[in-house]
Structure formats: structure tokens, C-alpha cells
Design a protein around this ligand. Structure first.
Ligand SMILES: [Zn+2]
Ligand SMILES: [Zn+2]
Length: 372
């Protein structure tokens, strides 16, 4: 049985490509100085928005429709809004005002420098508003230094109940094909601990991805949930409310494991634990908060570590689940709304898993049959 050389070459090439899925790999680094310079972009997707400084109602600016899309993505423009021209109209002005209130900025309705500074920051992909109406509580007096009768700003996912009363011991699992190291898994374990310290909830890792309450995965670009990731910075991660339990992170970020940014400039590195603590808040039913110190604040600057729950976060989650009997927290009194790897850069390749492994095994068997 003889086969042309080119057929054999083709089959071998297919097998080699399948065995080395280079384009999909998550980037984890023990510390900021281990990121290869070639992976640090000069500009990110949202930096182009800086061209719109000073834009206000009535003006037309090239590319403004992209900023309108940004505002719609995060919920500030109604879902039915479809004027994606470059004209700054009245609807966009009120969306900008709502955004400014949520982020404690002057509600001018104009794209001023302070507003832009905030817009281009990396952030959580979950929206701050639903269909044009803010779900954040921005207009309540709050002072981090005050000790009496300040009002919390935490929010909940609209119309979504928390994990039911009988579900206090939750399990979590990692997408098997991510093949995360113990160091990376340890980061998530610490992040879960921060929430279990203040509530009666417990979180235990399980190997069964399909049956876990919380399913954690690193994905790139479009990953079939209508919320594609956008590469370095921009949106970093998103998570779904109870009882969905899906927690997705952008695998193209430069994720830092040790959280130590003291001896290097921020660059484009993102602290994995900070983002994990925030997203777990969503998994428990919390929405975004207008309190800048809160874990549930929507943005985080690159090169920043923020892992401690604020009083605002604690009050919010305790309104849903009650307190851990051992928790004895201190901080400003708020009124409830009541009403490492040390050996340098560590690349985590994504290896063959499940159906891909079957495909390669099948092709290899076919090749053996053809040759022999
Ligand atoms: Zn968020
Ligand atoms: Zn997703």
C-alpha cells in the first residue's frame, strides 16, 4: 500500500499543529519584572478614547460611535439605542452624566479629562447599569473618614436572589484544559477565603468541573457567552450571579501572581488576586459599588493590588448571607441599605484535552495504518 509523499506530509503537519496549540495560552508571571517587554503594549484598545477630550452634546467627532458602544456595553445606553453615528446626542449626554455620578465625578455630561481618565482604566466586564438605568447607588452621602451614620453604596444583581439558604458550602473547579499550577489555584483559594471570613459561606475546590457550583476558566476573545474578551487590559474578567456560577478571565492579560508592584512601574500587569476577589463578589450576588475603596468598585488600575474587603463590601455580602460567627470586623459604621513561581516567567500552555486528544489519537492511528 503506497501513498504519495504529500499526503503523509499533510497528515504529519496536521498532527504537529494539533499538538502545539500555540495561539491559546494564559500568561502568568510570578512578579512584574518577569514580563517580557515584547508583551507589553504601548497603547490599549481604550486609549484611543483620549481623542474625545472636551466632547459635549451637539458636536461630531470621528470615531465617537465607539465610545457610545462602550457606554452601551456597560449598560449606560438603552439596549434599543441604535444611533451609532459620531454625533454626541442627548441620550449619550445623559448616559455620560449617569456614569459620572457612579464614579463620583462632576456630572457635567461632557467628556472631560477626569471622566476620560476613568473610562480608559481596565475594569470588570459586568455592567454598571441595566438598559440605561444605573444599578449602582451613587447619590448617597459617604465619607470613608466618618464614623457615624454614613450610608453604604453596595448593590445587588437586580432581580437575582443569592445562593439559597441550604447552599452555604459551595464548590469551585477550574476549566481542566487551563491546567493551572498550584500557585495559581492558591491565589483563587485566598480570594475565596476573604469572603468566607466574613460570612457563613465555605468554598472547596473540586475536580469535577461540570458539577461544581462555581466554574472558573481563562478564555480568549469570543467564548460563546456574548461577552467576548478584548486582549490586554480593557475588560479583565466577568462573572455571573447565583446560581449560574460562571467566572471567566481574559487569558490574554499579563496576570501577576505575587501582587508585588513595589519595585516596578505598573505597565500592563494585572493582579490576579485583586480581580478574583472582585469577581467572587459577583458570584455571591453583589453588583458594583460607587465606593472607590470597595472591592466591588468597577475599575482597577494596572499594577495595583486591592484585596481587602471594605466595610461596604462586608455590609453588602452580610445583608445577603449574614455574618461569620467568628468575624469581628472594625471600620467605619455604615447604615445598611436595608431597605509563585520564583524561577522567572512561567507560561501556562494549554494542552490537549478531551475532543482534541481524540482527534490527534485518531489521526495518529490513521497515519500508522497508512504507512504500515
Ligand atoms: Zn464587576
Ligand atoms: Zn465569559
Amino acid at each position: 500500500m503506497k501513498f504519495p509523499f504529500y499526503i503523509i506530509t499533510f497528515i504529519i503537519t496536521v498532527i504537529l499543529i494539533s499538538i502545539n496549540p500555540i495561539p491559546t495560552s494564559a500568561h502568568f508571571y510570578p512578579n512584574i519584572s518577569s514580563i517580557p517587554l515584547s508583551l507589553i503594549p504601548n497603547r490599549t484598545l481604550w486609549d484611543a478614547f483620549n481623542n474625545f477630550t472636551g466632547c459635549h452634546k451637539g458636536v461630531k467627532a470621528d470615531g465617537l460611535h465607539k465610545l457610545k458602544k462602550y457606554f452601551q456595553y456597560f449598560g449606560y445606553l438603552n439596549n434599543s439605542y441604535n444611533d451609532f453615528s459620531d454625533l454626541f446626542d442627548g441620550n449619550f449626554e445623559s448616559a455620560v452624566k449617569t456614569y459620572q455620578l457612579n464614579f463620583n465625578l462632576n456630572a457635567t455630561g461632557q467628556i472631560d479629562a477626569n471622566t476620560l481618565k476613568n473610562i480608559v482604566l481596565p475594569r470588570c466586564g459586568n455592567p454598571d447599569a441595566v438598559n440605561g438605568t444605573s444599578t449602582m447607588h451613587s447619590n448617597r452621602p459617604y465619607s470613608a473618614n466618618s464614623t457615624i451614620n454614613t450610608v453604604a453604596h453596595y448593590s445587588f444583581f437586580p432581580n437575582t436572589p443569592p445562593w439559597p439558604r441550604g447552599r452555604r458550602d459551595l464548590t469551585y473547579a477550574f476549566l481542566p484544559r487551563n491546567q493551572l499550577s498550584d500557585l495559581v489555584r492558591g491565589v483563587f483559594s485566598r480570594a475565596f477565603e476573604r469572603w468566607s471570613e466574613v460570612t457563613p459561606l465555605t468554598f472547596t475546590e473540586t475536580s469535577s468541573f461540570s458539577s461544581a457550583d462555581i466554574r472558573i476558566g481563562f478564555y480568549s476573545g469570543d467564548h460563546n457567552d456574548g461577552e467576548p474578551f478584548d486582549g490586554v487590559l480593557g475588560t479583565l474578567a466577568h462573572a455571573f450571579a447565583p446560581p449560574v456560577g460562571r467566572f471567566h478571565l481574559d487569558e490574554q492579560e499579563n496576570w501577576i501572581i505575587d501582587g508585588d508592584f513595589t519595585n516596578a512601574s505598573p505597565l500592563s500587569a494585572v493582579d490576579l488576586e485583586s480581580v478574583a476577589v472582585h469577581e467572587i463578589g459577583h458570584l455571591l450576588g453583589l453588583g458594583h459599588s460607587s465606593v472607590e475603596d470597595a472591592i466591588m468598585y468597577p475599575t482597577i488600575s494596572s499594577g495595583t493590588r486591592k484585596v481587602e474587603l471594605s466595610s461596604d463590601d462586608v455590609l453588602g455580602v452580610q445583608e445577603l448571607y449574614g455574618s461569620n460567627p467568628n468575624y469581628n470586623g472594625t471600620g467605619p459604621v455604615l447604615t445598611p441599605r436595608g431597605e509563585r513561581d520564583s524561577s522567572g516567567a512561567h507560561f501556562m500552555g494549554f494542552w490537549l484535552y478531551g475532543p482534541e486528544m481524540l482527534l490527534v489519537t485518531g489521526l495518529f492511528s490513521l497515519l500508522v495504518l497508512l504507512i504500515f
